[in-house]
Ligand binder design. Structure first.
Ligand code: HEM
Length: 385
């Protein structure tokens, strides 16, 4: 389902790419053709939620032709950039685990860093690399809180401090955190296993507390509010890398927030009201031509114009989680090449973006936890061994 979910995004990006003259990184676009064909073909049968593309009915043959025409044949190679961890800009899977770990003050941070630098080894333990296929592969990455990373590796290129924010529609508490693992897989049991392996390998008595949240794809990629989440996310691999990865290091600055949804409001408010809060239609995610400055889309893009140019972007990999007996909501996670991208968006959500307006999305959900992490590049992670 996750790949079906992204097929429309891939098509859209591929079509957009057609207007660019030359690519500096050939891989994704060249590789996109067979992948896109496969995704389109696989998605064709019984995938009704995305029959509408930008509000228009899509003819499959025409869509494939658009993709073929959009793939340039004259791409050139660029020097290799430092590698990012596997979770950073890869596409989503059916499930993810978000593992948020706080260490005891007495813990030897270097020892923990050494353990976490072997994350790929633990992944290989739960998913034998010689047998794995796309369906059971695990894509994982590890991030560190600013205090922890300063102790084990020194300074990052940019500082990333997450302040407590408070606005008229709610707060964004700043929660502590030392180590964070984001792992994605189509089989949730593998993620459960991975979380256990990680905890088992951490030094004895090192963990003060932790939370492991297991998420799922809901109705082909919708948030629990019923809105499609991710429509405007960068879809093409090159674009995702550009947005999410710091060029010099391969590192990524990551925001994580736990949001608890008010399902009563979601289930009783009129569609029109909810759509006004988001700035898109609920059924098929069409952008409202006229929207308020307090709508989520207007807050995130910096204005309420239609198709507003975006001053900042992030690669969102958020997913629904929860139970009806307990809490349910969205685990928000976004990757960016700079923490400034997150700052712009968060400030504009809580009325600190300069114009005094807050984000109406906070009328249907409540933020209970949040912080920033640095996901070091692969070479930086290796240095922690
Ligand atoms: C529970 C909280 C949230 C919910 C339910 C939510 C839901 C949505 C939905 C339905 C959309 C429209 C479709 C799309 O383009 O994906 C959207 C767009 C977006 N959201 Fe959120 N979101 C939440 C929190 C956040 C936070 C905390 C941030 C940033 C720190 C954020 C950043 C964005 C961005 C950048 C867009 C794309 C705007 C555009 O380019 O049109 N969202 N979100």
């Amino acid at each position: 389902m996750a790949s079906l979910r992204s097929s429309v995004q891939l098509l859209r990006t591929a079509a957009r790419q057609g207007s660019r003259s030359i690519s500096t990184r050939p891989s994704a676009r060249q590789n996109a053709a067979p992948i896109l064909m496969g995704v389109v073909a696989a998605g064709a049968a019984g995938y009704s939620a995305y029959k509408l593309w930008d509000g228009k009915r899509v003819n499959l043959a025409e869509a494939i032709k658009t993709v073929q025409e959009a793939i340039p044949s004259n791409t050139v190679s660029a020097a290799a950039l430092p590698e990012a961890q596997p979770s950073v800009y890869s596409q989503g899977k059916d499930h993810a685990v978000y593992m948020w770990i706080n260490l005891k003050p007495s813990t030897n941070a270097r020892e923990v860093a050494r353990v976490m630098s072997k994350l790929q080894k633990y992944v290989d333990e739960v998913c034998d690399p010689s047998l794995k296929d796309e369906d059971d592969e695990v894509l994982a990455g590890v991030g560190f809180g600013p205090n922890f990373y300063a102790q084990v590796a020194g300074k990052t290129k940019e500082t990333y401090v997450y302040p407590h924010r408070k606005g008229p529609l709610g707060e964004m508490p700043s929660s502590a955190g030392d180590v964070f693992v984001h792992a994605k897989c189509n089989q949730v049991s593998k993620l459960f296993e991975l979380a256990q392996v990680i905890l088992k390998n951490l030094p004895k008595e090192s963990v003060a507390n932790y939370e492991d949240i297991y998420s799922f794809v809901y109705r082909n990629g919708r948030d629990l509010s019923g809105f499609i989440d991710g429509t405007e996310n960068a879809a093409d691999e090159d674009d995702r890398r550009e947005v999410a990865v710091e060029k010099a290091t391969g590192g990524s600055y990551v925001i994580t927030q736990k949001w608890l949804h008010d399902l009563n409001t979601i289930n009783t408010e009129k569609d029109k009201t909810l759509e006004g809060w988001v700035g898109r239609t609920r059924a098929d995610s069409v952008e409202l031509p006229r929207k308020t400055i307090t709508s989520h889309v207007a807050r995130m893009t910096g204005g309420n114009g239609f198709n507003q140019p975006k001053p900042f972007q992030i690669v969102r990999q958020s997913m629904p989680f929860g139970t009806l007996g307990g809490d349910a909501g969205l685990f928000f996670i976004g990757y960016a090449a700079s923490p400034r991208n997150h700052e712009f968006m968060l400030d504009r959500m809580v009325g600190a973006g300069g114009d005094g307006h807050s984000d109406d999305i906070m009328r249907l959900t409540k933020n209970v936890k949040g912080t920033y992490w640095y996901f070091p590049g692969m070479a930086e992670l290796k240095q922690l061994e």
